[in-house]
Design a binder for this molecule. Structure first.
Ligand code: 13P
Length: 237
């Protein structure tokens, strides 16, 4: 069953900025301080910001009302004998709104497109918004991950563009071409984000009606000053 209210897509009037903290920072005090500084720095801005910390920090960050909290992965099962897994229902019960799925760093660990499709359906079934990462083989990936699903948020994030793998951001022209290609598979109001080496210097170039409606940020989201600056620039779009 899909929770229609919770599954309504982000209003595309405001850019959506998702911070993927990956396996950082190393302790909970640092995580709390980082979230608190970001929260203070972005108050009042016309933008939707979702922090996706490691699972273990989620409960302590949820009271930060200005920020939405998401997870970096979830199971396709809601409960049961699945050692080490975290279910969409558990994340929803905590108060999470979004979940990143199919990140290239998880796909390198063996996650398949079919698994991503099942996870996205399980997330939607409890009213969590799946943010599905799409990389290099766009048509093939879109065909499988979006099969039988309407309410996705998509992130174009080729693995070669990720900063920690020595990457460089795609050009805005490429982003526009990819967005047009993705739209052949999905309803026209599906939000499309861009991820890969996004920072405060380049964020503006990816945002626009025919480009991306938001960004998925890795390394730059771990530096409060840089991330706040990035969000401020995005909010001026
Ligand atoms: P960077 O912003 O560090 O390139 O990371 C992108 C990413 O993997 C976000 O999911």
């Amino acid at each position: 069953m899909v929770d229609e209210a919770a599954c309504r897509k982000s209003k595309m009037t405001q850019p959506l900025i998702i911070a993927n903290w990956k396996m950082n920072p190393p302790d909970s005090k640092e995580a709390f301080d980082l979230a608190s500084e970001i929260k203070k720095g972005i108050e009042g801005l016309e933008v939707e910001v979702v922090l996706c910390p490691p699972f273990v920090y989620i409960p302590q960050l949820l009271p930060a009302k200005t920020l939405l909290i998401g997870a970096q992965d979830c199971s396709w099962e809601q409960e049961g004998p699945f050692t080490g897994e975290i279910s969409p229902q558990m994340l929803k019960n905590l108060g999470c709104t979004h979940v990143i799925l199919g990140h290239s760093e998880r796909r390198q660990l063996g996650e398949t497109l079919e698994m991503v499709n099942k996870k996205a359906k399980a997330a939607l079934a409890v009213g969590l918004l799946p943010v599905v990462c799409i990389g290099e083989e766009i048509e093939k990936e879109m065909n499988i991950v979006s099969r039988d699903i309407k309410n996705l948020i998509l992130a174009y994030e080729p693995s070669w563009a990720i900063s920690t793998s020595g990457g460089r951001a795609v050009s805005p022209e490429d982003m526009g071409n990819v967005a047009a290609l993705m739209k052949r598979f999905i309803p026209s109001d599906t939000p499309i984000l861009y991820g890969g080496s996004v920072d405060s210097n380049n964020v503006k170039s990816f945002l626009g009606p025919d480009l991306a409606q938001g960004v998925l940020v890795g390394a730059a989201s771990l530096n409060a000053k840089e991330f706040i600056q990035l969000v401020k620039i995005a909010a001026m779009q």
